[in-house]
Design a protein. Structure first.
Length: 333
């Protein structure tokens, strides 16, 4: 009997040891699975869009909706219920991974959309290039403007009525951290015979407002407008090769207001031509030691000028890059 009891106790210890080994192995396996799923969920991406991860833990799956598994977004911003710490942690890792992935995709193709309003539920961030010509009627010449990069909130607001849809988009020019176009150097014949070279700087004030008026019953009747307010500064002026010191603040007394228009062939996604008239306001602050305002007012300021801009393709870097990269279009005369 004593030998039987001893044998039973040894068998029990062996059984307990095996059970402990199995339990430890199960813990390690679960930890490896959770860690692998978290890493896969954090870093798995396809063209900047976080993909759904198969084999996610049951707690994470229960905490997300069907839309979350398709788009990688939580069904709700509410925290997980008490006792679901693992699911809450998995959701947090997923959200952080998605943000990092989207940020990497955005930086790859477009500058950060700093200063732009958030898009509507069906809108998106993007960027594009614009380039064109500005005719100066009094000088009988044109200046090449751009190409300049523009960040956009496409669909900041969208309204629909019957077969018509209006899409409101906001844009910000971006050149070396400022909302302006690259400086443009142009040469004109002042008074019809004297070559005058100047550098023009156009700085944006407020948003560039692009509005698409879409008519689905008669698409040929669709059109778009782009409205902008730009301040014009002139510097590095040379008259017949001789420098003319106009000072650092030779600019228009008020912004130039542009309203450019495009026909149905234009699309904010594919780009196209927008054109319209422009009135150049009088100048102020021109000249060092002498007032040169009358010179620029007599040769540049006034109505009858014409601007023709060409927008390139739109690049939308997230959730999946579309139309990227944005390409510089060729200006059209």
């Amino acid at each position: 009997m004593r030998g039987s009891a001893s044998t039973a106790r040894r068998a029990a210890r062996v059984t307990a040891g095996i059970a402990a080994i199995v339990a430890v192995g199960a813990v390690i396996a679960v930890a490896a699975t959770v860690g692998s799923a978290a890493r896969q969920q954090e870093f798995s991406s396809q063209d900047g869009h976080l993909t759904a991860v198969s084999g996610a833990s049951a707690s994470a799956s229960a905490a997300t909706s069907a839309g979350a598994s398709a788009g990688g977004r939580p069904a709700s911003g509410r925290p997980a219920a008490p006792g679901s710490g693992k699911g809450n942690s998995a959701q947090g890792n997923s959200a952080k991974g998605k943000q990092r992935t989207a940020a990497r995709a955005h930086r790859r193709f477009c500058p950060p959309p700093t200063g732009l309003p958030n898009p509507s539920s069906s809108g998106e961030f993007g960027c594009t290039y614009v380039v064109g010509y500005s005719d100066v009627r009094k000088l009988n010449g044109a200046a090449l403007i751009g190409p300049g990069l523009m960040n956009l909130t496409v669909g900041a607001r969208i309204s629909k009525r019957h077969a018509r849809e209006t899409i409101y988009s906001d844009g910000l020019l971006l050149y070396r951290g400022k909302h302006e176009l690259p400086p443009a150097t142009a040469t004109f014949l002042t008074f019809g015979f004297m070559p005058t070279t100047a550098t023009l700087q156009l700085t944006q004030l407020g948003f560039i407002k692009v509005v698409d008026f879409l008519n689905f019953s008669d698409y040929s009747a669709s059109y778009s407008t782009a409205t902008a307010r730009l301040s014009l500064r002139i510097y590095q002026v040379r008259v017949n090769g001789t420098p003319l010191d106009v000072g650092p603040d030779c600019r228009t007394v008020r912004p130039i207001r542009l309203v450019l228009r495009a026909n149905a062939q234009y699309s904010i996604n594919t780009g196209g031509v927008l054109a319209g008239p422009a009135v150049i306001p009088p100048f102020t602050g021109c000249g060092v030691g002498e007032n040169l305002d009358p010179l620029f007012n007599g040769t540049i300021s006034g109505p009858g000028n014409y601007i023709k801009m060409t927008q390139g393709n739109l690049c939308t870097p997230e959730p999946q890059p579309f139309g990227c990269p944005a390409r510089r279009p060729k200006p059209q005369h």
